[in-house]
Design a protein around this ligand. Structure first.
Ligand SMILES: Nc1ncnc2c1ncn2[C@@H]1O[C@H](COP(=O)(O)OP(=O)(O)O)[C@@H](O)[C@H]1O
Ligand SMILES: [Mg+2]
Length: 421
């Protein structure tokens, strides 16, 4: 099989790394990729918004399967477009992608299909007065969400009514997030522990992939600004078989049945963000692709041939495929540029990778400049290690991370610590 992966981050390097190991992988392209993906495949400069150019490349290289890493092309309808040209795709069409692209759509989906989620109401620009009065009678804290894609910045947990009112006004006016904020979801605050589960589906059957927990804040102890993710752990110790059986029963199966009932033919990943409150799981959100950096801990634990599973997805035969998962723990620590998630510089020379053994270094924001590896983003490298325990795996990650250097390098040393007791 000849494969094209869309995307350029650590998630895409992890997918490419795994796909390249399949005996059935004849050729692998990543668009646009990074310095790491180019070690396991061939990077190609393709613009995700130019569907015709994507298709021209797919035709000329006889690509058999396209794996879409990020959400934006899915929300833009790349999967429908390619399927209309008889190209097999991992990733939902435009309607299915609304599960992530519109929080209003996904909350209505959950409500319609009896999937546990926080109580909510949604409002559009012309309903500002109703939104403000809804806030006034709401208990604190109040969660205000821009409905559309906002690059992980569209959710505000407001401690006062005044703060929530300001958030709603700036969102509905378009000032805060443009059109993504012109519908808002206002929901009840859930106080619990977060965990993500990942589903791979052919539209009828599904496989539950390993669970993971990610660490969003820049600072130790989960403090400071939100980032794309500073590290991750898989599996999550409290997500044992009995917990997961209940989650499948109350959340995953109703989600699959809901998709089928709504006539949404969904092929690809579903990332389900959960908040566990007193042992009961509620859906915070769906994402229609894998998470980053969760992919960097989930993929290394998959022992089966990923291409074989993907073939099951696109042929509607996932039920016949085997999914073997390593019992080991995998953790990842993200090495980021100084200043991230605010302003940071790029083009810093990266050294020390050649000294790393017994770890997988997934590239996120890197590129080669005249043959020299340099930083090219806020999140630069994800170092993933396996271990018998979280403690062991994290110790490995931190040891390997200490070998790496670039100007301004920063990483958290407390990934997974909260799961130890
Ligand atoms: N109802 C809620 N109660 C408590 N925390 C929430 C709630 N909804 C979201 N959050 C917090 O905000 C984060 C981002 O919200 P989420 O719905 O996942 O949006 P996105 O990932 O698109 O920014 C979550 O990971 C969680 O920490
Ligand atoms: Mg989220």
């Amino acid at each position: 099989m000849k494969i094209l992966i869309l995307g350029s981050g650590g998630r895409e390097h992890a997918l490419a790394w795994k796909v390249a190991q399949s005996p059935r992988c004849e050729a692998l392209y990543i668009a646009p990729g990074n310095a790491g993906t180019n070690q396991v495949g061939t990077n190609v400069a393709l613009d995700h918004t130019d569907f015709d150019a994507l298709h021209a490349f797919i035709s000329s290289e006889s690509i058999d399967l396209v794996i879409v890493g990020p959400e934006q092309p899915l929300v833009d309808g790349v999967a429908d477009f390619l399927r209309s040209k008889d190209v097999a795709v991992i990733g939902p069409g435009k309607v299915g992608a609304q599960l992530e692209g519109s929080k209003d759509f996904s909350k209505a989906f959950m409500k319609r299909h009896g999937i546990p989620t926080a109580a909510y109401a949604s409002f559009t620009t012309d309903q500002q007065a109703e939104a403000l009065s809804y806030i006034q009678q709401h208990s604190l804290p109040i969660v205000v969400k821009a409905s559309g894609l906002a690059a992980g910045k569209g959710v505000l947990i407001c401690e006062t009514h005044a703060e929530a009112a300001t958030a709603v006004k700036t969102m509905l006016s378009g000032e805060a997030f443009g059109s993504a904020g012109q519908t808002v979801v206002i929901e009840a605050y859930l106080d619990g522990i977060e965990i993500s589960i990942f589903v791979l589906t052919d539209g009828q059957n599904y496989k539950l992939l390993p669970s993971a927990k990610d660490y969003k804040r820049i600072g130790e102890g989960d403090t400071g600004l939100n980032t794309g993710g500073m590290g991750a752990v898989s599996p999550v110790p409290f997500a044992d078989d009995s917990f997961l059986a209940v989650v499948e029963d109350e959340i995953v199966e109703p989600t699959m049945k809901g998709l089928i009932a709504d006539g949404i033919d969904y092929q690809g990943f579903i990332f389900i963000g959960l908040m566990v409150v007193k042992g009961k799981a509620y859906v915070l959100e769906y994402n229609v692709r894998m998470g980053d950096p969760e992919t960097e801990v989930v993929i290394p634990r998959i022992e089966s041939d990923l291409l074989d599973l993907f073939e099951g997805v696109v042929k509607g035969k996932l039920a016949e495929k085997k999914l073997d998962i390593s019992p080991k723990t995998c953790t990842t620590v993200m090495l980021v540029s100084g200043g991230y998630p605010q302003a940071y510089e790029k083009g810093k020379r990266i050294s020390g990778l050649e000294d790393i053994e017994d770890a997988i270094v997934f590239h996120a924001g890197t590129r080669l400049e005249k043959g020299i590896l340099v930083t090219n983003g806020g999140r630069v490298l994800a170092i993933s290690c396996e271990g018998e325990t979280i403690e062991h795996a994290i110790h490995q990650c931190l040891t390997k991370a200490s070998f790496v250097d670039f100007e301004g390098i920063y990483y958290r040393t407390d990934i997974g610590k909260d799961l130890l007791t």
